[in-house]
Ligand binder design. Sequence first.
Ligand SMILES: Cc1cc2nc3c(=O)[nH]c(=O)nc-3n(C[C@H](O)[C@H](O)[C@H](O)COP(=O)(O)OP(=O)(O)OC[C@H]3O[C@@H](n4cnc5c(N)ncnc54)[C@H](O)[C@@H]3O)c2cc1C
Length: 390
Amino acid sequence: MNRAVVVGAGVLGACVAYHLARAGTDVVVLEEAGPASGTSGATFSADVTHLKTPHAYYRLNRQGSDGHRALAEELDGPQWRHPAPIVQWADNDDAQRALHERATRVRKWGHDCRTEPASVLRELAPAVDPTACAADEVVVHTGTAWFDAPRLVHALLDAAVRLGARTHYGTRVTGLLRSGARVVGVEAGERRWGADTVVNCAGPAADQIAVLAGARLPLRHVPGLVAESAPLAEQPLTAILSAPGIDLRPTTDGGVLALSWEVDARLTGTAADGLPQELHRRGRTVVPGMGGARIAAARIGVRPVPLDGLPLVGEAETAPGLYHLVSHSAVTLAPVLGRLAAQEITGGRRAQELAAYRPERAVDGDVQDENLRAMNRRAGRGDGNSEGQL
Ligand SMILES: Cc1cc2nc3c(=O)[nH]c(=O)nc-3n(C[C@H](O)[C@H](O)[C@H](O)COP(=O)(O)OP(=O)(O)OC[C@H]3O[C@@H](n4cnc5c(N)ncnc54)[C@H](O)[C@@H]3O)c2cc1C
């Protein structure tokens, strides 16, 4: 029987562990804290397929998005996939034009999106103050969803355990066992686990796991803040909104989750003094019902962002036996990346879909993903006067 050790219990670790266990692999998941305690517990976690370029990367995200639907039917437990339209608008001509250009592009790629008069907000998102949208038209994406990422992680790990996987929380991997160049297991303090494959799903700490094998993973660490409101008293939010300077989505218990790249640009270290309040204030200008709901939680997550913006997936050339599985937008991508990685690890064919994302490719810092280029620009500007992230 093949043995795999998965390092990290975020969306990627949970998804690959589930698919490995399903394929009959002897799986051990080692997690330094608890399930979804890293970035997957502090994320906006909307389906971001429509943002992705180039076309092949869009298609990969589309497979991720479709994979969520399939997994939602396959797994028991509380639902984590929440279908909702994405509604976008901007507050200046350039940004509005960019939204329309993107809509035209993804429509050509078969994406379900359209331009509508702004009055459609009354129907799709009655919780929105109509005066918050000065644009005549909005872009509406349908077939989209937001995800409760911690619930997804728990559902996948529970299913993996039912299939025989073992989980060890509070277990920090501190070293890799080697036989020559080959990685043959891990150590966590005094404990050791042998494995045919060690799967590096440590998210923003994945580069540190790579260093243990003398390898380098070209990652940037980009912090982001999300603030969650208590449940709204009256009209709940029914759409995912990308408004100027603020993104908003519903939460599982009827509140609203807020994110803003301009606010993220003001994050220093881990301190978020006053910034959750700033997110809440921005949110209230769009969804007035947030005014009567206190801030229930605020979290900072660190985005693991490969230098060219695209995933890093595959066995390390210099350290066979170590398989990297790292990506930004990994909530959207987890179902497809977890499935394809498990297929490669269990000795199936090398997945053609992953050929462009091998960890050893030349990553010269040119960001391939247009969405990340925009994030870099806006976060750098931090002037609070632009589009939302989505
Ligand atoms: C503010 C924000 C907004 C986002 N919005 C979206 C979005 O809308 N859509 C989307 O698809 N994505 C979004 N993302 C990105 C997405 O959340 C991440 O790509 C994803 O959560 C990464 O998952 P992961 O499993 O790779 O990493 P993580 O969830 O960080 O999991 C890694 C785990 O490894 C553990 N670990 C680390 N080192 C060790 C070690 N040595 N030993 C044992 N365990 C270890 C950690 O404790 C952690 O639990 C967003 C991220 C942020 C921060």
